[in-house]
Design a protein around this ligand. Structure first.
Ligand SMILES: [Ca+2]
Ligand SMILES: [Ca+2]
Ligand SMILES: [Ca+2]
Length: 373
């Protein structure tokens, strides 16, 4: 039999070489193990089924000003559902970082491989400070999370600190899972370059669009749109290397990612930058919001956001001095607008998105909850 004869045939050095060459050729045409950069449309459409963000959260926030219609939630140290233009319309599953070493020997997932600390950054404003520390003690991510008080943009003011070495010893990737317009199985992602800026754009067929951008540049060519579970960055980084740099992923469960460029800060111990996620009813509207936020002083945006909440919270009945932090936090979560109490359904939804440590009351029978991941 042919197979038996083959097995009995002595394996020469030249034969080993041929087999290795064949193996390399097979690997080279397999997208799952591609070693070179790629372009064009991602493979693996439509990707794995989309899931919602966890329904139980450690933080929730929105601007007091009616000029911003972005609502955010988070758990496990990362942003989960970001809701826009109303608090019952999720547009994301999550937005987090992946961290690796420059030698590409390890890669961490922020929500899994760090310990989390979550506190209000101001006692009378829904601005959250999340500190994620590497379980192995190599780096720390500190994030202040709030929204642009005048635009439909989520802001994360991020400080990455090298606890060992300098930031140039690390690779930091942003990893984003859109679920645009309350549906995650029909999105389209693409790379966008405009006005000297580099972005990742995700849209639904109805025109609603998110634009992800940062004050720190995306490394040239190192951004990608892919399909969850097949051509996404999370899967790509299983081998510690970002090899897939697809320009688009059309019609499926899209995820997007990019490598951030330290630039001249590589020799520093710590770098602070702004990561924005903007929304609009068209790509141009979303990019306009992203550009507007990135073009503004983040300190000034933060100050306005905090001041507007402070003004509202300081007008609350202090209950004769009995009002504690939980009272103020719950009150802020229950009201999305200064001087404009929200309807009961909105209040219940926001309350449900808080953890039991902060939440106001249990669900009533029959009330709908978002499914977990
Ligand atoms: Ca969608
Ligand atoms: Ca890879
Ligand atoms: Ca998705």
């Amino acid at each position: 039999m042919r197979a038996t004869r083959c097995l009995k045939t002595p394996v020469t050095r030249s034969a080993v070489g041929v087999m290795l060459a064949l193996a390399v050729a097979v690997l080279a045409i397999s997208p799952a193990v591609a070693a070179a950069s790629t372009a064009g449309e991602a493979f693996g459409a439509p990707g794995a089924r989309s899931w919602w963000a966890p329904a139980t959260n450690d933080f929730v926030g929105t601007a007091s000003s009616p000029s911003s219609r972005v609502y955010f939630t988070g758990s496990n140290g990362i942003v989960g559902a970001v809701l826009w233009p109303t608090p019952d319309t999720p547009n994301t599953t999550d937005l987090q970082f992946m961290v690796g070493d420059a030698a590409r020997t390890w890669v961490d997932e922020e929500k899994v491989d760090t310990t989390h600390s979550v506190t209000l950054a101001d006692a009378r404003a829904l601005i959250w400070r999340v500190t994620n520390t590497d379980r192995d003690g190599r780096y720390r991510l500190e994030k202040e999370i709030f929204t642009d008080p005048g635009r439909d943009t989520l802001i994360q003011r991020v400080t990455f600190t090298a606890l060992s070495g300098t930031v140039g010893d690390y690779l930091l990737y942003t990893l984003y899972n859109p679920t645009i317009s309350n549906s995650g199985d029909n999105d389209t992602g693409r790379a966008l370059s405009a006005g000297g800026g580099s972005y990742l754009e995700a849209s639904d067929g109805n025109g609603r669009t998110s634009v992800l951008g940062a004050s720190l540049a995306f490394a040239p060519g190192m951004r990608s749109s892919g399909f969850a579970g097949s051509s996404d960055l999370w899967t790509d980084l299983r081998d510690k290397r970002m090899d897939w740099t697809y320009d688009s992923a059309t019609g499926g469960n899209v995820t997007q990612g990019a490598l951030l460029d330290w630039g001249s800060a590589a020799a520093e111990k710590s770098v602070t930058f702004t990561l924005v996620l903007a929304f609009g009813n068209s790509a141009s509207a979303a990019r306009g919001a992203a550009d507007g936020t990135l073009g503004s002083d983040p300190g000034a945006l933060r100050a306005t956001y905090v001041r507007q909440w402070n003004d509202w919270a300081n007008g609350l009945d202090a209950l004769g001095g009995a009002a504690d932090q939980e009272y103020y936090t719950a009150a802020m979560c229950a009201c999305r607008r200064a001087r404009q109490p929200v309807g009961g359904h909105v209040r219940r939804r926001l309350q449900r998105r808080l953890s039991p440590r902060v939440a106001a009351r249990p669900l009533r029978e029959g009330e709908r909850t978002a499914p977990g991941r």
